[in-house]
Design a protein. Structure first.
Length: 168
């Protein structure tokens, strides 16, 4: 097991956690392809840690990155985890860690893909995305990582940006 799986803080070397600004929201479709690939690698490293730490190897299949709904749920969990564990302390969030764990358990059924799990298997060796031929091929050819950036709410964002005196 790699050190990153034992210490997820190692995924963010550099500034101390308190000095980092909370991450911005991730909108996969609005990211440039190169940014999508980089962030999918980051998410994959965290998912490996999540599967090992919370023993979710039977709940999150190794092909999770091929299923956009699962990617979206894992993204929400990841960004929430970073805000909870590496973001600044916020008043009223004294139970933030417990809330995050409850959210994880609430979303776990949505991470499971019965069609991808043919039988019980022992906990797998952590998946290393950069060394996986399938994952690398996926990053290079999938529309998810190569399609041009297009925010799903671009028209509304442009309308709001164009209003000089928005209604109260």
């Amino acid at each position: 097991m790699s050190d990153d799986l034992l210490n997820p803080a190692a995924l963010w070397p550099g500034l101390p956690a308190a000095a980092k600004a909370p991450p911005r929201r991730w909108v996969w479709a609005a990211m440039e392809p190169a940014d999508r690939r980089q962030r999918l690698r980051e998410l994959a490293a965290w998912v490996d840690w999540l599967r090992a730490t919370f023993e979710l190897h039977n709940a999150i299949p190794t092909c999770w990155y091929r299923h956009p709904p699962v990617v979206e749920h894992l993204t929400a969990l990841y960004v929430g985890w970073v805000r909870t564990y590496a973001g600044p302390d916020a008043p009223g969030r004294e139970l933030g860690e417990a809330d995050w764990v409850n959210t994880l358990h609430a979303l776990t059924p949505r991470l499971s893909l019965p069609a991808c799990a043919t039988s019980h298997q022992p906990a797998p060796t952590p998946h290393v995305p950069d060394r996986s031929e399938d994952f690398t091929h996926f990053l290079q050819t999938s529309p998810m990582t190569t399609a041009p950036a297009a925010h799903p709410a671009a028209a509304e964002a442009q309308r709001l940006a164009g209003e000089t005196d928005p209604p109260l």
